[in-house]
Design a protein around this ligand. Structure first.
Ligand SMILES: [Zn+2]
Length: 250
C-alpha cells in the first residue's frame, strides 16, 4: 500500500529517525513511497475532495487534486487560513510552483499526476509556515469574498459595508477596504440576481413540460414586456393539471 509506506516515511521524517545531515526532502520521501510500493495504481494517495475539503484544506505532500484550477483555489484558501500571502510562479499547466510573498522560504511544488490532468503536491519547503500573520491577502479578492459571503448577502442584500468588513475580519482575520467590500458585495448581488434570472427562464420550460407530460393540463406565464429589446418581467404563472380540471368538471 502506497499510503502506508508513505505515512511511515513521513513519520520517520517527522520524529527524527533520519539524522539531520541526511536532509531528507518531501520529494525524496514521496519518490521513496512510490518506489517501495507494489501497487502501481496510485489509488492510495490521498485525494482532495472539492465539495468537502475546500473550506479548510489540509495541504500535504502526495495529495492529488482533480485539476490545476482546483489545486490553485485550494492552495489560495490554505494560505488565507494560515495567514500568509501566496505568489504563483509563471508555470506551464503541468508544473505549478507557489511561494510565500515575503520570501521566507515556504514553497510548494505540484505537477501532473502520472500522465493525467490531475495535479499532485510533490514537495513543500519550510513547513509549517512561520511568518507572522498577514492581515492583507490578495488571494482574498472581490471574487473570492463574494463567493464566501454569498449566502449572507442572499439573505440580507442590504447588509452595510461596515458590517460586511467586520464579518470578513472575524471569519478570516483579514482587513479589507471599503471599496474592496463594495466590489465584493456588488459581485455577490450580481451572482444572486443571475441565479434568480436562471430560475425564471426555467419556468417557461417547466410550463412546456407540464403540458406535454400531462395532456389536457394548462400552464402559462404572464410577463410584462416594456420594450422589444428588454427582457420580459415576470408577473404571474398559472398551472392547472388535467386531474384538477376533471375534478372541477365532475
Ligand atoms: Zn512566509
Amino acid at each position: 500500500m502506497i499510503r502506508d509506506d508513505y505515512m511511515s516515511y513521513i513519520n520517520k521524517k517527522k520524529y527524527g529517525k533520519f539524522s539531520k545531515s541526511e536532509h531528507v526532502t518531501d520529494q525524496e520521501v514521496l519518490e521513496e513511497a512510490i518506489m517501495s510500493s507494489d501497487d502501481e495504481s496510485g489509488n492510495d494517495f490521498p485525494k482532495f475532495n472539492e465539495d468537502t475539503d475546500m473550506d479548510n484544506p489540509n495541504i500535504i505532500v502526495g495529495l492529488v487534486f482533480p485539476t490545476g484550477d482546483v489545486y490553485r483555489k485550494a492552495v489560495r484558501m490554505y494560505s488565507i487560513k494560515k495567514g500568509f500571502e501566496l505568489k504563483f510562479k509563471k508555470n506551464d499547466p503541468g508544473k505549478i510552483s507557489a511561494y510565500c510573498s515575503r520570501k521566507c522560504g515556504w514553497k510548494i511544488y505540484a505537477s501532473y499526476f502520472r500522465g493525467t490532468k490531475a495535479i499532485q503536491v510533490k514537495s513543500i519547503y519550510e513547513t509549517p509556515h512561520r511568518c507572522s500573520w498577514s492581515y492583507k491577502n490578495r488571494s482574498a479578492n472581490a471574487n473570492w469574498l463574494s463567493n464566501q459571503f454569498l449566502h449572507e448577502l442572499h439573505d440580507d442584500p442590504n447588509w452595510g459595508l461596515k458590517g460586511f468588513m467586520k464579518a470578513v475580519k472575524r471569519k478570516f482575520s483579514i482587513y479589507i477596504t471599503k471599496p474592496q467590500a463594495y466590489r465584493a458585495k456588488e459581485m455577490a448581488l450580481q451572482t444572486i440576481q443571475g441565479q434568480h434570472k436562471d430560475q425564471y427562464l426555467r419556468l417557461r420550460d417547466y410550463c412546456a413540460t407540464i403540458m406535454s407530460r400531462n395532456p389536457g393540463s394548462v400552464a402559462y406565464l404572464v410577463a410584462d414586456r416594456v420594450a422589444i429589446n428588454r427582457n420580459p418581467i415576470f408577473k404571474r404563472m398559472f398551472v392547472m393539471f388535467s386531474a384538477q380540471k376533471i375534478g372541477l368538471e365532475a
